[in-house]
Design a protein around this ligand. Structure first.
Ligand SMILES: [Ca+2]
Length: 492
């Protein structure tokens, strides 16, 4: 009895001295390329609050999503965030024509029971979520104690990013008023800058853009210039015929002209600045509550997007603008103004926030914690990065990156397209192709590429590097249990 009293006393004394448990704020935008932020080189899109977040913490330069086996890239990507699973080991859900085997049902349940909200609920956190609806992992989403989900791709308080911002502020108001002692995990998702990119009038005006259903034919000189990597068309078919994001996006459709893309980029920036304003309000609230110093804030997106880059508009490719995601983090122990490659995937977020919050990482998570990178102990958590897109014709696209070298392969349309691209990202960070040297393109981008800023795969002097990267891709495909093989790989 006496020892029990002593133990209770010791515990309560130690809890008086213990640091309060850290809050987690995870911000996830929808379809945002890292190259829309000034911290990644954008000079036009105005994001003062994200700039402040970047300056108060760490920026990762090599954060990626692992890929997709579906045209709706959001779905696997967001499932990876929620579960920490790799692309080919995601939990399965029953579909119209697919009944799951008992073992798949059991595994899916186990992964759900160890998803982001489940883990933090068990650890005694108050958990909150606002996000768009759909294209995600629904069994995990509903486990947050408070869920305020609705898709908002308009521009008003009722149907714009302001709606998600208000849900977050209301949650924080209630949390403050109730003097809640628990730490919190907030998942603050936005439905923009995903199309349809309906910008607020004042912001559209600022970026010389208009909300329209049909491609504009005239260039507004106030609109942002086309991206460095713009092309009027991709040099070969991307392999997903009828893909919505390449042919049906309102305001763009199949047009890749300067007038269309500049207007669409203007709309995109209007949507991003609107999100940035909401983030400013949330961060100000955290500061007023005295919680900012005790909160880890992570900002990312479910994947990047092309919007005219390389002659594409969708998120179904593996160029850097689309394969990479923005990744900013601030909080206790993270050096302000720091940068690292990180070499993280979105599926690393679950183990990372667990370790930051000192909550056990669930055994079902297959990602690696980025905590040692964020705390400045390491520059990266892995050497090699793998990407896949096979939501169209099979086997689809694959990429691999190591150091400055990157390989992308396309095996689509029943063998009609079999292409290999090799890039040195140090010399050619934008993955420029020979097509970027065309007069019309140089006139629009204002960029005259260097002679070697091209795909190097066909150049004999790089044949050894090419063979090395091909071998590396196959070894990653084997390691990650990619069920497919490409035309020139040893078949299973
Ligand atoms: Ca998305």
């Amino acid at each position: 009895m006496l020892s029990k009293i002593l133990l209770v006393t010791l515990c309560s004394v130690s809890s008086l001295w213990a640091e309060p448990q850290k809050n987690i704020l995870l911000i996830v935008t929808d379809d945002q390329s890292p190259f829309t932020l000034s911290t990644y080189g954008n000079k036009v899109c105005h994001t003062p609050n994200l700039d402040k977040l970047a300056a108060s913490g760490m920026v990762l330069d090599q954060a990626y999503h692992m890929g997709s086996m579906s045209g709706a890239v959001c779905t696997p990507s967001r499932t990876m965030i929620m579960t920490g699973r790799t692309l080919w080991h995601l939990p399965q859900l029953p579909r119209k024509n697919k009944k799951l085997k008992p073992a798949e049902v059991k595994l899916s349940q186990e992964i759900t029971n160890n998803s982001l909200p489940a883990v933090f609920n068990r650890a005694g956190y108050e958990t909150f979520r606002t996000c768009k609806v759909g294209n995600s992992f629904a069994p995990a989403n509903k486990l947050f104690t408070t869920v305020r989900d609705k898709s908002n791709r308009g521009a008003t308080e009722k149907d714009g990013s302001q709606w998600h911002g208000r849900q977050a502020l209301e949650f924080l108001d209630t949390y403050e008023e109730s003097k809640n002692e628990k730490p919190f995990l907030m998942y603050l998702g936005f439905s923009h800058p995903h199309d349809e990119r309906t910008g607020r009038d004042d912001l559209n005006k600022k970026y010389g853009a208009v909300n329209t259903k049909t491609p504009p034919t005239e260039i507004n000189p106030k609109s942002p210039k086309v991206p460095n990597t713009w092309l009027p068309a991709h040099p070969f078919h991307h392999g997903h015929p009828g893909l919505r994001d390449e042919v049906k996006v309102p305001g763009v459709l199949t047009s890749r002209t300067e007038a269309t893309i500049r207007n669409e980029i203007g709309r995109e920036y209007a949507c991003i600045e609107n999100i940035d304003e909401q983030l400013g309000l949330v961060m100000k609230k955290l500061e007023e509550m005295g919680e900012l110093e005790n909160t880890y804030i992570l900002f990312t997106s479910d994947h990047g997007i092309s919007v005219g880059r390389h002659g594409l508009t969708g998120k179904q490719n593996l160029y850097e603008h689309t394969w990479r995601v923005p990744f900013l983090a601030s909080g206790p122990g993270i050096e302000p103004g720091s940068r690292a490659p990180g070499r993280g995937y979105l599926l690393d977020i679950l183990p990372t926030v667990c370790e930051l919050a000192e909550v056990p990482v669930p055994a079902t998570a297959q990602g690696k914690s980025l905590k040692p990178v964020l705390l400045g102990e390491k520059k990266a958590v892995r050497d090699v990065l793998y990407g896949a897109y096979c939501g169209g014709t099979k086997p689809g696209m694959r990429s691999v990156r190591k150091g400055d070298w990157k390989l992308i392969k396309y095996d689509v349309l029943d063998g009609k397209v079999r292409e290999t691209q090799l890039f040195n990202l140090k010399e050619n960070p934008d993955e420029l192709l020979a097509e970027h040297q065309a007069e019309e393109v140089v006139a629009a981008t204002g960029i005259k590429p260097e002679a070697l800023q091209v795909d190097l795969a066909e150049k004999p002097e790089y044949s050894e590097k090419l063979a090395e990267m091909e071998a590396l891709l196959l070894s990653e495909m084997t390691r990650l249990e990619d069920p497919y093989r490409l035309w020139d790989q040893e078949q299973k």
